[in-house]
Ligand binder design. Sequence first.
Ligand code: IPM
Ligand code: MG
Length: 351
Amino acid sequence: MKIAVLPGDGIGPEIVAQAVKVLNALNLDISMTEAPIGGAGYEAAGDPLPDATLQLAKDADAVLLGAVGDWKYDKLERHLRPERGLLRIRKELNLFANLRPALLYPELASASTLKPEVVSGLDIMIVRELTGDIYFGQPRGISTLENGEREGVNTMRYNESEIRRIGRVAFDIAMKRNKKVCSVDKANVLEATELWRQVMIELSAEYPEVELSHMYVDNAAMQLIRAPKQFDVMVTGNIFGDILSDEASMLTGSIGMLPSASLDANNKGMYEPSHGSAPDLAGKNVANPLATILSAAMMLRYTFNDEANAQRIENAVKKALALGFRTADIWTEGTNKVGCAEMGDAVVASL
Ligand code: IPM
Ligand code: MG
């Protein structure tokens, strides 16, 4: 198993170090090679996705990524900014299917800002399309109009095949779960998502056992807070999925708990926490490494077909929580507040 390890910026290096520690503790036949991305790529090679990093990722079976971004790069030209490195690697590797499971660990029911009875037992899989939509649509840019005023343009764009392939991922996952897919769109206003809805309906004919429903994105944002347990699998486009997955993360107590997998058509994948680089927390040993550790579990499950070891990691996380270990973001009265590295150690000890 060849894994490209891309720690990135901010808290990226410290959280990735914990996931690497956990993978090493499993004694599998893995080789891991590190390379810079994001701001770290810019510092090392003047490019947020250096050629050598892209090549390493292409040659690997899977990529483990921390996070990218730091405010200090906000003034760089857009193509040099850290986020561009992340978007480019997703596109270059054709990682169109982003899976973001929002799962509430019973021990964390009181860490959520919602009432325990609203979130207890929560288990949602958000399937976000990752290589299309307004993130990549042309035309885009900021230009100056004839009257001297500036105008910013982005384009929401989806073609049928892009919608169908992400739909298929969602339906296939639903078949292994509770057989419910909620497709989220804004079909009352946006044509790109009207097509999205049509294609989802066409596709559902191939999955007679799956119950397909549709929801406008504004309503979905509301329903996630009002009654999140109504959802099984949610499938949506790139930008709506970006926003809804951050929202869903708070149902689980902290965004520091939400892993993700980004897969291509052959289950090659990049695995990263759903959260960002949190530069304000970097280097302080306070970040929550569990989203990254759980992303490593997803890597074993989806790319390496190793369900047993994926569950070993997930059970070790559960055990560490049951033993009372908490990073600051999920700490509640009466539990044991630990740092990032100590949480990694607690998971290793629980394996
Ligand atoms: C995410 C992040 C990224 C995105 C940013 C960092 C470009 O928010 O993975 O959700 O918008 O996709
Ligand atoms: Mg996001």
